[in-house]
Ligand binder design. Structure first.
Ligand SMILES: Cc1cc2nc3c(=O)[nH]c(=O)nc-3n(C[C@H](O)[C@H](O)[C@H](O)COP(=O)(O)OP(=O)(O)OC[C@H]3O[C@@H](n4cnc5c(N)ncnc54)[C@H](O)[C@@H]3O)c2cc1C
Length: 338
């Protein structure tokens, strides 16, 4: 059977692509849909509303607290943030698409076929790689597509603990050249640490954070997030989400970005399938859309790289400025444009 579109990866980006497609599209993931949460799942309420997945919201926030050393600075945010139930989100979003799902481990691509380790090959007119940092299809075409030195790595644990703010920590006592976070999600909270250098041995760092709150580390999950924005079309494959490096440097925010790029990718592909756009033009429209944010990514990357060299008093000063509503609102709106 030939599908119109076959997508590897049924998470934020892949589900967003599928939600814009009619006809017979296929989602392939090595895990059951929504069964493998890798992230703290903090995002904007309006992102969830835009895709009709408000039912997955666990808690909402009007403020973000930035901890720099011992100082805690509260920054009001003009748009509410939320934490979500990943499984509920994925299942709800999937139901809103007409795609079918196959649980299979994709190995790569040959012509217009996705090769899997366990379920044979899947042929489609258009292939999309939403497989996260490993970019399994794009990498099969271009071996250098995945930039191992341009990835952060994070781990977290979700344990019983209630709080009312999203908290970020820039504190060398917890982690140097990285950040930590505490994201409440109802009766539980997600405590996490991330290394901008991509260091993977982070359990001691996580312990430094959980000790601060007197909680014990539970089951740990996590992974890489790729922040080197890349060309989103490789050979005949469209790439969206973390696979295309669309997670933001510095903040590590990737859910909103993966959904935005996934929706755009799906929209363009449907127009190509409907014959409203020649394939080459569709490809160019998606590429231009994805790469027009390049300077914003570069700016955030510069900030991320400079962070270890910035004195704590300078970070505190910047955070205090952001805590003034007009400055905070302006800065947030600029950030949100990305
Ligand atoms: C610890 C941590 C915390 C984070 N917290 C946040 C946060 O709070 N807010 C935020 O906005 N961002 C956060 N991020 C970043 C965010 O998780 C990513 O940007 C986002 O998940 C990217 O979505 P995606 O759909 O592109 O890829 P993923 O969510 O990584 O999904 C990739 C999918 O592809 C599947 N897959 C991979 N390889 C194969 C294969 N070979 N065959 C078949 N299927 C395959 C995987 O099973 C998975 O379902 C966090 C990241 C980490 C690591």
């Amino acid at each position: 059977m030939q599908y119109d579109v076959a997508i590897v990866g049924a998470s934020f980006a892949g589900l967003a692509v599928a939600s814009k497609l009619g006809g017979n599209s296929l989602l392939i993931d090595r895990k059951e849909i929504g069964s493998h949460q890798a992230s703290a799942c903090g995002t904007l309420v309006k992102t969830m509303e835009a895709v009709g997945c408000e039912n997955s919201i666990l808690q909402t926030f009007d403020e973000v607290a930035l901890h720099v050393g011992d100082a805690e600075i509260t920054i009001p945010v003009p748009d509410r943030f939320c934490t979500i139930d990943y499984e509920k989100f994925c299942k709800t979003f999937f139901k809103r698409s007409s795609a079918s799902f196959v649980k299979a481990n994709a190995l790569g691509v040959k012509n217009n076929e996705i090769i899997t380790a366990d379920k044979g090959n899947f042929k489609a007119k258009i292939l999309v790689d939403c497989s996260g940092w490993s970019a399994v299809l794009a990498k099969a075409i271009d071996r250098d597509y995945v930039k191992n030195d341009m990835m952060s790595f994070g781990i977290e644990t979700e344990v019983p603990f209630e709080d009312d703010k999203l908290r970020f920590f820039l504190d060398n006592g917890i982690i140097g050249n990285g950040a930590a976070w505490l994201f409440p999600a109802g009766k539980k909270s997600r405590f996490g640490v991330g290394s901008y250098k991509g260091e993977t041995r982070l359990v001691e760092n996580l312990k430094a954070l959980t000790d601060k709150y007197g909680v014990r580390i539970g089951k740990i999950h996590g992974g890489y997030f790729c922040y080197s924005l890349k060309r989103p079309c490789v050979g005949n494959v469209f790439v969206a989400g973390c696979a295309a490096g669309q997670t933001l440097p510095l903040s590590g925010e990737g859910i909103r970005r993966s959904i935005i790029f996934g929706l755009k990718c799906g929209e363009v592909l449907q127009q190509v399938l409907d014959g409203k756009l020649p394939a080459e033009e569709g490809r160019k429209i998606y590429e231009d859309f994805a790469l027009r944010y390049r300077t914003h990514y570069q700016y955030l990357l510069k900030l991320q790289e400079s962070l270890p060299k910035i004195a704590p008093w300078q970070i505190k000063l910047a955070a205090r400025l952001l805590s003034f509503k007009p400055i905070g609102t302006y800065s947030f709106r600029e950030y949100e444009k990305i």
